[in-house]
Design a protein around this ligand. Structure first.
Ligand code: BTN
Length: 331
């Protein structure tokens, strides 16, 4: 269902459509079919949300600066045409964006939509763990989709998203990000991100799917709890450069939405395998996998068609592992 975008978002889209361009008040009034006075009041709202405009007689307005903190208006306006109507539900603080996504679904919200928070009080991790989610310039996001696909098609979904996220993050300077099966994003061996996919299934169809992503972007590792200091890091801590959070998040949202579209349209097996093996941090390394009460050790040999991790144990047996917690032996 198409919803009408708020006037502030439509106005921002006009400014973002071209670089450094002046947009006249008349044009905005025509575009929104409102009076010049009404345009002025929407511009004031944008100003109070942290946007800075230069106003020039006869030329109109030019967008000079965007807010330094995460801006839902900016992100909504930055979505490309194909995704511009995907609602972004923004929260300063929420228990968990995945949980909020479930609440919205339960109240009848239709997918796709995105939930984004500046911080979470009960961020959820995989295997019942918690996800540290302080307000430190990191991103906490949940994407909600209704893929109408048979559940077996989703076996490789999180792996595909992990490979795409690596590809996206490798586009940044000095960020050779790798994926650790099944859901960790690593940079220089430290964890910078985690994915948590939660789906509701109606016998042979996926009813809805929540793809949660926690990404440590500008986080100062000194603020992390002591138990994470050894394992977790952030993009900024590793690259030495803070990222402009709004434009980074806008590109990230697009990359994830496009990756979802490609996945549902059917990603060629070869493309998936190529990407996965380019960024797989485990392949060829000695690892230990904890699966319930069982602990297995061996050499990682990539993944199979169902997205299972292939482990070659000391006796030469090839063991596919469908879930578990992997530790790498320090070489
Ligand atoms: C993991 O590595 O264990 C997965 C962590 C996933 C964390 C994200 S943060 C946004 C979304 N909301 C949550 O409560 N969890 C996911």
């Amino acid at each position: 269902m198409r919803t009408t975008l708020p006037p502030e978002v439509i106005i921002l889209r006009e400014f973002l459509a071209g670089d450094d361009r002046y947009v006249s008040g008349n044009r905005l009034a025509e575009r929104l079919d409102i009076s010049r006075v009404a345009v002025w009041s929407h511009m004031e709202k944008l100003r109070s949300a942290g946007f800075v405009f230069e106003a020039r007689p006869r030329l109109g307005y030019r967008l000079e600066a965007i807010p330094s903190g995460l801006s839902a208006l900016y992100l909504q306006a930055s979505l490309p045409d194909a995704w511009s109507h995907v609602p972004i539900h923004f929260h300063e603080t929420i228990d968990s964006t995945n949980r909020e996504a479930e609440r919205l679904l339960a109240s009848g919200a239709s997918a796709p939509f995105v939930v984004l928070a500046r911080q979470q009080t009960e961020g959820r991790g995989r295997l019942g763990r918690s996800w540290f989610s302080g307000d430190s310039g990191n991103l906490y996001l949940s994407f909600v989709f209704q893929p109408r696909l048979p559940p077996r098609r989703m076996q490789t979904f999180t792996l595909w998203m992990g490979a795409i996220l690596c590809d996206f993050l490798n586009g940044l300077r000095n960020a050779p990000v790798r994926v650790k099966w099944p859901n960790d994003l690593l940079l220089h061996g430290g964890k910078i991100g985690g994915m948590l996919t939660e789906a509701r299934i109606d016998h042979d169809r996926i009813r809805d799917l929540v793809f949660g992503l926690g990404l440590n972007v500008n986080g100062d590792t000194a603020s992390y709890p002591p138990e994470l200091v050894r394992t977790a890091t952030s993009l900024a801590a590793e690259t030495g450069e803070k990222l402009e959070l709004n434009s980074f998040a806008a590109d990230l949202l697009q990359a994830i939405l496009d990756a979802y579209r490609d996945f549902t349209e059917g990603v060629p097996e070869r493309r998936f395998r190529q990407l996965w093996s380019r960024y797989d941090t485990l392949v060829g390394r000695t690892i230990t996998v904890r699966q319930g009460n069982e602990t297995l050790s061996g050499i990682a040999e990539g993944i199979d068609d169902e997205g299972r991790l292939i482990l070659r144990t000391a006796d030469g047996t090839r063991r596919p592992v469908s879930a578990g917690d992997v530790t790498l032996r320090k070489d």
